[in-house]
Design a protein around this ligand. Structure first.
Ligand code: DHB
Ligand code: FE
Length: 280
């Protein structure tokens, strides 16, 4: 049986990776943002996970609008970082925890989810940036990954409740996995932002700050909200936050909120993170 050692939620804004690539992490614009992640990085160092399950969305890099799976799971032995147009990034490939991925896919199908199963695929900033925020820039990543893609790009996106249900299956898969491993679950995306249309530039600081506490202690409220509620409160791209629910559902009903951080704006986004631990 593998063990869930914690859940984190984090933004995955692509310019975070660009700021690291260009050595801008200590500039006045970025330093307060990166400083807020220091306790999260420290927690990760002490928690020593072997596997990171990363829930994110692709942004037109590995899936384009002609083919958009609602849910997809990577089962590969490794995943290359996609070049998103700024040039190849000097970060290592991500080794896949393919045994756990296959076990999870099997459980999903058993529970009547029908994911796209990806044997070969590249990963974009949705996975790259959270890994950098919590593990820094190592020569080799200290964890293997299970990538889970959720469509938050093209209508119709899945409901928050469906994401929640997927998180329950994820927990069951981890706890019934015949192998060992210390697993951290990373829900990514958000916080509030809208990159298009008449509300482009929209950030809702109040809703973001409520979210960071609420995802720990008032999750039912967010699980029961509609997709339209997410778009209204957090912006059309801020609706990425539904992916944190996959992580939250895999944790116990009662959790300790060990760390949280909020900073806005990072690029056009309210940005932040939480670190959650089960109480037992
Ligand atoms: C931005 C944020 C995102 O989450 C994303 O996927 C792309 C861009 C931004 O604020 O620039
Ligand atoms: Fe995004």
């Amino acid at each position: 049986m593998a063990k869930i050692i914690g859940g984190v939620g984090t933004s995955h804004v692509p310019s975070i990776g660009v700021a690291l690539d260009k050595g801008m992490a200590d500039t006045p614009d970025w330093k307060p943002f990166f400083d807020g992640y220091i306790p999260g990085k420290e927690w990760m160092k002490q928690a020593k996970p072997d596997i990171a399950v990363v829930i994110f969305n692709d942004h037109g890099n590995s899936f384009f609008l002609d083919r958009v799976p609602t849910f997809a799971v990577g089962v590969a032995e490794s995943y290359k970082p996609v070049d998103e147009g700024w040039g190849p990034r000097s970060i290592p490939e991500f080794a896949g925890a393919s045994d756990l991925s296959w076990h999870f896919v099997d459980k999903l199908v058993e529970q009547h989810f029908d994911p796209l199963v990806c044997r070969e695929i590249e990963v974009d900033h949705g996975l790259q940036v959270p890994m950098e925020l919590f593990f820094g820039r190592p020569d080799k990543w200290p964890v293997k990954v299970v990538p889970i893609w959720v469509n938050t790009i093209q209508y119709p996106i899945p409901t928050p409740l469906r994401c929640w249900e997927m998180g329950k299956v994820l927990r069951d898969a981890i706890e019934s996995f015949p192998g060992d491993g210390r697993v951290v679950i990373m829900g990514t995306g958000g916080l509030s932002h809208q990159l298009q249309g008449s509300r482009a530039g929209f950030i809702n600081r109040e809703a973001d700050e409520a979210w960071l506490d609420g995802i720990a202690n008032d999750y039912e409220k967010y699980r029961n909200m509609s997709r339209e509620d997410y778009v209204e409160q957090f912006g059309s791209e801020g609706a990425e936050l539904i992916m944190w629910l996959v992580m939250r559902a895999a944790m116990d009903p009662k959790v300790d909120l060990k760390h949280k951080h909020y900073y806005a704006p990072a690029s056009l986004t309210g940005a932040g993170m939480v670190v959650l631990e089960n109480q037992t």
